[in-house]
Ligand binder design. Structure first.
Ligand SMILES: C[S@@+](CC[C@H](N)C(=O)[O-])C[C@H]1O[C@@H](n2cnc3c(N)ncnc32)[C@H](O)[C@@H]1O
Length: 367
């Protein structure tokens, strides 16, 4: 396993207080795998916004969203994107999210700095806020930009996993997901929204499954209530959050303390067949991950014994993990990797889990 320079000193799974540019400049160079950034929108709202019944709309008019014009916003964008690029590993990538107010400025600056745009994604909100004044279209989407650190650089993309998420159909660049409401929406002591722009976990789930692997380090320089950290923790990724406002950090800390990581087996995702190196089953035996004589079990309780040469011996049949599985099921074929399970600490684990471990080592990833 190759470790990034300075990886041992990374403040993993913590929320760092302060200005994200200063904090990122203090982190080791080339140390994070992915950045998810939801920066201030620079909405430039003038005055309060009211609904037709005169109730006040919870708009984003907080001081953290105020800039002294486009030039100031552009300077800020330039500085934080440069600081972000320094901490990204050469094969790392960045996602930025924004609305029409800021996304074009972000996109231009990404390109100016040498990031390489891979896709933009339209997050279409299935339940957008209505337009109260009726003078423009209802804002029903936000845009995400996904970019690698530089042109031609390798980056992580779990194509097959996304296809599986989409019931076997290639994932497109328009994502229909609801905005954050109901029990997911964090509230303060008065029952008001704890943060005006809390992102839905579903959005981060898709981003992290698509472009990271378990054990990767995900940095969010505009952490807010910690949606990125919460989903990273569930998915077995490490995170680093940076947030300037203490009140948001407190909400995020409490949220993260409640989050539990999914179990190892649930974290495995479908891998791209083209990208993954071949691992013969015999290698698991050679390396002592499974011992000759160990009994493997199928989901319906059929058994076979592992032999020293990497074959299995079943009831009346000897052969590969696939052949013995197919014979026991009376089926023309069988994927032995997902069919056969071994017992560890009282749990049944598919042998594919061991193959993933070997592949992670080959790809220089922790597992
Ligand atoms: C759009 S919100 C992010 C919301 C977050 N994605 C969530 O789901 O809760 C932007 C956040 O960045 C923080 N922020 C703004 N400027 C910052 C800076 N220079 N350094 C650190 N945090 C900053 C704000 O306090 C705000 O919480």
């Amino acid at each position: 396993m190759t470790k990034a320079k300075g990886a041992d000193t990374l403040p993993l799974n913590r929320i760092l207080p302060g200005d994200c540019i200063e904090v990122m400049n203090g982190l080791p160079e080339a140390s994070v795998d992915l950045i998810f950034a939801d920066p201030p929108y620079n909405l430039q709202l003038r005055g309060e916004l009211h609904r037709p019944d005169n109730s006040k709309v919870d708009a984003v008019n907080d001081h953290w969203d105020q800039f002294d014009g486009f030039a100031a916003y552009d300077r800020f964008t330039r500085d934080w994107l440069a600081a972000a690029r320094r901490v990204l590993k050469p094969h790392g990538a960045i996602w930025v999210i924004g609305s029409y107010h800021n996304i074009f400025r972000l996109g231009a600056e990404l390109q100016n700095q040498g990031y390489w745009l891979l896709n933009d994604v339209v997050w279409r909100k299935s339940n957008p806020m209505p337009n109260f004044k009726g003078k423009r279209l209802t804002n029903a989407h936000e845009t995400l930009i996904w970019a690698s650190r530089s042109e031609g650089a390798k980056y992580t993309f779990n194509y097959e996993a996304l296809k599986s998420l989409n019931e076997g159909v290639q994932m497109r660049s328009d994502w229909v997901l609801p905005i954050c409401t109901g029990h997911e929406r964090l509230k303060d002591d008065n029952g008001d929204k704890a943060h005006p722009t809390q992102k839905p976990e579903s959005l981060l789930h898709r981003v992290l499954v698509a472009t990271t692997n378990p054990g990767d380090v995900v940095l969010d320089p505009f952490f807010g209530t910690g949606t990125t950290g919460a989903v990273a923790k569930m998915l077995g990724r490490d995170f680093i959050g940076i947030e300037r406002e203490e009140s948001y950090r407190k909400v995020a800390e409490a949220r993260l303390a409640r989050v539990r990581k999914y179990d190892r087996e649930a974290l495995m995702v479908s891998a791209s067949k083209r990208a993954e190196p071949r691992v013969p089953f015999g290698q698991l035996v050679e390396r002592g991950m499974l011992r000759p004589g160990e009994v493997l079990v199928s989901p319906r309780g059929k058994t076979a014994k592992v032999r020293a040469d990497g074959t299995l011996v079943g009831d009346a049949m000897t052969g590969s993990i696939h052949q013995v599985g197919a014979a026991l099921e009376g089926a023309p074929s069988c994927n032995g990797w997902t069919y056969w399970h071994f017992r560890r600490e009282g749990k049944m684990v598919p042998i594919d889990f061991l193959r993933q471990q070997i592949r992670a080592e080959m790809n220089g990833r922790p597992h």
